[in-house]
Design a protein around this ligand. Structure first.
Ligand code: CU
Length: 396
């Protein structure tokens, strides 16, 4: 059965893991922590009891049963927010809360999102505007929001114990700063001050912040792609939940890699027309992984790094993003067809970090078996999806 194959694949990928969540192979659909035969969590070789699993779930999700956590997926998510503009002040509302996020059709992970989505919404502002973010913490733990790459006043930088007290559960904090400099920036948790920044970000607390330059000529296609990594056990448990229970973070056990919170074959296509100027804004929200991003069939210019314009853009086929980095690439859509856009760490691309760059009017070659065995994209057909077309990345 396919779920068993997926679990086996995850287990093989996790051999070097410091932490592994090992769950007995179960039938399709039995993904909850219910009954006496529920998940057995192995932590550094020690098996955790059902009570421990419930404690861990309660600490991370505010309830001992994952079933009680609200589900959300791309259908419920607002991809982008312009906020409310009054004069020169743009106000956003951002709320951190637990969510069972659908990272692939029918597959969910226990996560923390902003406004119930993973990653958080893309916040968009114009250079020079005053940005106000009314932040509310509905997590069971304290947290903060850091504005990465923005020249904020120091008290707005979101570092607990340095620039502010952590925002406790149920409390709010209003961040205010000028949107500058322009470019692809981002926001993410800086933890609670208890050395939990890595585990908090591994729970999903990040999002992009795009500051439009005053003289920016908009691209025809302008797409943010937030890159992230996950350590997911069967049942949708997230290894980052183990923080505070003897584990620091998921470390090297990452087994699913996403763009905009989705794993192949369920990442939305980037759709272009011939002649379009295409700008892709990569944000590496991973705590550990480097992602060499690769676009097939086009020569891409790296026009901005960490949001800042590159004076003499280089033309690249692969652009490597370290954890925390952003990179903007641009190309002219001059080669109609259907192309892969993926991480060239092929362990990442076969574990989700792969999408289609598709010209309008073009479809992938139909192959109900999802392509040959040599195709790295084929591994993504090993998911739970019932629909072979979807499994082959042909959902459109
Ligand atoms: Cu990668």
């Amino acid at each position: 059965m396919r779920r068993s194959r997926l679990i086996l694949t995850i287990a093989l990928l996790s051999i070097p893991a410091i932490i592994a969540i090992v769950v007995a192979t179960r039938d399709d659909g039995a993904e909850e922590a219910d009954g006496a035969s529920g998940p057995k969590i192995e932590l550094a070789g020690a098996k955790l009891s059902k009570d421990d699993v419930e404690d861990i779930t309660k600490d991370a999700m505010g309830t001992s049963d994952l079933k009680d956590v609200k589900e959300a997926g791309p259908d419920e998510a607002a991809a982008s927010m312009e906020g409310t503009l009054v004069g020169k002040v743009r106000t956003f509302s951002l709320e951190a809360r637990p969510v069972r996020w659908e990272y692939r059709s029918g597959q969910r992970i226990a996560a923390w999102g902003y406004n119930g989505q993973v990653p958080g919404p893309v916040l968009r502002a114009n250079e020079g505007e005053t940005v106000k973010v009314e932040f509310r913490n509905e997590l069971p733990v304290a947290t903060t929001v850091h504005w990465h790459g923005i020249d904020v006043p120091w008290q707005q930088d979101g570092v607990p114990g340095v620039t502010q007290k952590a925002v406790e559960p149920g409390e709010s904090f209003s961040y205010q700063f000028t949107a500058t400099p322009a470019g692809t920036r981002w926001y993410h948790t800086h933890g609670s001050g208890m050395d939990d920044e890595a585990s908090q970000i591994d729970m999903g607390l990040s999002g992009a912040l795009v500051v439009r330059a005053k003289r920016e000529v908009p691209a025809d296609v302008d797409q943010v792609l937030v890159l992230d990594e996950w350590s997911i056990g069967s049942g949708g448990y997230n290894a980052a939940m183990l923080a505070g229970h003897g584990a620091h973070s998921a470390g090297s056990s990452f087994n699913v890699f996403t763009m905009n919170g989705r794993a192949a074959p369920n990442i939305e296509d980037v759709v272009v027309k011939k002649g379009d100027r295409v700008r892709l804004r990569f944000v590496n929200a991973s705590s550990v992984s480097y992602h060499p991003m690769h676009v097939h069939g086009h020569q891409a210019r790296v026009v901005a790094l960490d949001g800042n314009p590159v004076p003499s853009p280089t033309t690249r086929n692969v652009e490597l993003l370290a954890p925390g980095q952003t990179a903007d690439i641009e190309f002219v859509a001059d080669n109609p067809g259907v192309w892969m856009l993926h991480c060239h760490d092929l362990h990442h691309s076969t574990s989700g970090m792969s999408l289609l760059l598709r010209y309008e009017g073009y479809e992938p070659i139909s192959d109900e078996h999802g392509g040959g065995d040599d195709d790295p994209a084929d591994a993504k057909a090993d998911g739970d999806d019932e629909d072979p077309a979807a499994a082959a990345g042909m959902e459109h």
